[in-house]
Design a protein around this ligand. Structure first.
Ligand code: A3P
Length: 293
């Protein structure tokens, strides 16, 4: 551990959310015993984590699709590195579903057997910034954002949970051949949820019929998740994570291009310059606007 503050735990070059971490568990992550049929969602924060948790849980659990049982999605797809609702999360029957914000170089070494399935979801970083900015003012476990100008600097410097966005995405993308990984883009999921559900279900080798796909798409839309207490983590956010006000939630806007409502021309130009420099040479595609792509 080389640096700490009230909210962040800096460990092996990466910022974790301090209050949800157990240092011994982090020390032992490398040796975390994985099973070949484990499935992991990997994201930088605010890139569509709970959305993909919902989709994956719907793909795997008929009772979720048919709404015949009520179980928190986070119990079906718990975090690997954070201590929140980790009830029996190791001894679950296979295949186990997990999610994580870990950078590529901190995942358990078993990931490199190329059997574990990894779904990496990424989102254009201007919308990530705006989503994170709002979320920081919602959640008591995150350092409050004073104003967007200063928050943008904090985000670009990586003084946030998840560290530098550019490092996270470039790291995973450039090391993709070391893993069995599917890259999903938030904006493509938004534009064509049905195709995205197909893509994910093919990747995890789950044969679903049209009715199943209909049920998944229907329960994974923004509107339906927003009004579904299990999908939107309302109770978890309030009771276990802790919010600053009653207004705070995960399901904020769920759109593409909300950054245009927030960034000034100057801030946007600065962001663009940094993006060009940091992403130079990368072949990853991005969608910045709802009318694009
Ligand atoms: P906004 O704050 O821009 O609305 P994460 O789960 O990684 O924390 O990401 C949260 C972001 O994903 C929020 O973005 C949230 O609204 C969005 N999101 C969650 N479910 C969604 C859905 N079904 N469709 C579109 N966006 C969704």
């Amino acid at each position: 551990m080389d640096n700490t503050d009230e909210y962040l735990l800096h460990f092996k070059g990466y910022n974790f959310e301090r209050s949800l971490c157990d240092i011994d568990q982090l020390e032992n992550l490398d040796d975390f015993e994985i099973r070949d049929d484990d499935v992991f969602i990997v994201t930088y924060p605010k890139s569509g984590t709970i959305w993909t948790q919902q989709i994956l849980s719907l793909i795997y659990f008929e009772k979720h699709r048919k709404r015949t049982e009520t179980m928190e999605t986070l119990d079906r797809v718990p975090f690997l590195e954070y201590n929140i609702r980790k009830v029996n999360y190791l001894n679950r029957p296979s295949p186990r579903l997990f999610c994580t914000h870990l950078p590529y170089y901190l995942v358990p070494k078993g990931f490199k057997n190329k059997k574990v399935k990894i779904i990496y979801v990424y989102r254009n970083p201007k919308d990530v910034l705006i989503s994170f900015y709002h979320f920081s003012n919602v959640v008591v476990r995150l350092e409050e954002a004073q104003d967007l100008e200063s928050y943008m600097e904090r985000f670009l410097d990586g003084k946030v949970v998840g560290s530098v966005w550019f490092d996270h995405i470039r790291g995973w993308y450039e090391h993709r051949h070391d893993f069995n990984i599917l890259f999903m883009m938030y904006e493509e999921m938004k534009k064509d949820l049905r195709s995205s559900v197909y893509k994910i279900s093919r990747f995890v080798e789950k044969d679903l019929n049209e009715d199943d796909i209909d049920a998944i798409v229907n329960q994974a839309t923004f509107q339906n998740m927003k009004s579904d207490p299990r999908a939107n983590y309302k109770a978890i956010l309030k009771n276990e994570i802790g919010t600053r006000t009653d207004e705070g939630h995960f399901m904020r806007k769920g759109t593409i291009g909300d950054w245009k409502n927030h960034l000034t021309v100057k801030q946007n130009e600065r962001f663009d310059r940094i993006f060009q420099r940091k992403m130079k040479g990368s072949t990853l595609k991005f969608i910045w606007d709802i009318n694009e792509g």
